[in-house]
Design a protein around this ligand. Sequence first.
Ligand SMILES: Nc1ncnc2c1ncn2[C@@H]1O[C@H](COP(=O)(O)OP(=O)(O)OP(=O)(O)O)[C@@H](O)[C@H]1O
Length: 351
Amino acid sequence: YERLSYESLHNQQCMKDIVLGRRIGFYRLKEQIGSGNFSQVRLGTHLLTHNKVAVKILDKIRMEHKVRRLLSREISTMESLHHPNIIRFYEMIETLSKIFIIMEYASEGELYTRVSSDGKLPEDEAKMIFAQIISAVQHMHNKSIIHRDLKAENVFFANRVTVKVGDFGFSNYCEPKQLLSTFCGSPPYAAPELFNESSYYGMYVDIWALGVLLYFVVVGHLPFRADTIGILKKCINDCDMEIPEHVSGACQFLIRSILRLEPTDRLTLDEITRTEWMNGCHYPKALSSPSNLETIPKLEEHPSEEHLETRRRLYELGISEEHITYALNKQCRSSVAGTYQIVLHQIQKDK
Ligand SMILES: Nc1ncnc2c1ncn2[C@@H]1O[C@H](COP(=O)(O)OP(=O)(O)OP(=O)(O)O)[C@@H](O)[C@H]1O
């Protein structure tokens, strides 16, 4: 740790790598793995732990005020979520011109790509994946966070059988009874009230999107398709969809019970888990030791075994209790806090 910190400030090659965009903080930056409207996403490796990470890079100069607001929400919502099926946030690094969001890397691509290239998933597989997504959304809603952009493009495979929900760019904090008014998300996944009402309840909008997502996964294409937004809006308002016969009765029932025009008529997440189709599914639980910078326990606060193990591994990397205390007292993001998150998460994943 000391060597790396020293190098970043004094080593010529290292400084050149930083200038040329090959390194940031404790991360080596590698190839681009994706891009968005305002961002570029690159693969990174943590130089101390060697963990792979995804690094979302945003150009501050091109960023309008609105995008900055969305970004700070994206970071704060991601930071408060700790679930095996949600992309984990590790660290944010800000330079004069750029913002780097360091997060968990899901290496096996988007659910969208899997279904688009291989076709619909067998129902047994779809069920296993849908249960993980439901569990992730339950965790968000329990924390009063709504995603507002749930779609197959934002569900990533970490391996053949584990998925992670990501892209919290439109997420927001929202109490169950709180009305919202900004149209967010992708039109084919949009609930009817988003087109018709001036305000809506966030959780019902997420649940509708889950119905569209389930349809997409078991059928292989979206339920509402149209060439113009006007026609799409009409399809959604009429709930004009056909479910092919190959879809089992229990799954059809579930899709129809989610995609109900009246938000309060839609099944709740709990009710979804109790439907016949979801019978016997496994719902991964939220991680036991949540931690953002504010909740990393100090040593005198009797940390849990996971936190003690994290510290033991950090000591081996040259990060002492003194470094940790200093980072915690500073109350701002630092490479020590970032490394802490990566190591803690690795321990939780190994478990
Ligand atoms: N954690 C991750 N692991 C693996 N790949 C990722 C990860 N995050 C993003 N990607 C890839 O990078 C691409 C761009 O992501 P990003 O969040 O920047 O933009 P987007 O959501 O696709 O677009 P928009 O700008 O409209 O939000 C994604 O489509 C995905 O393929």
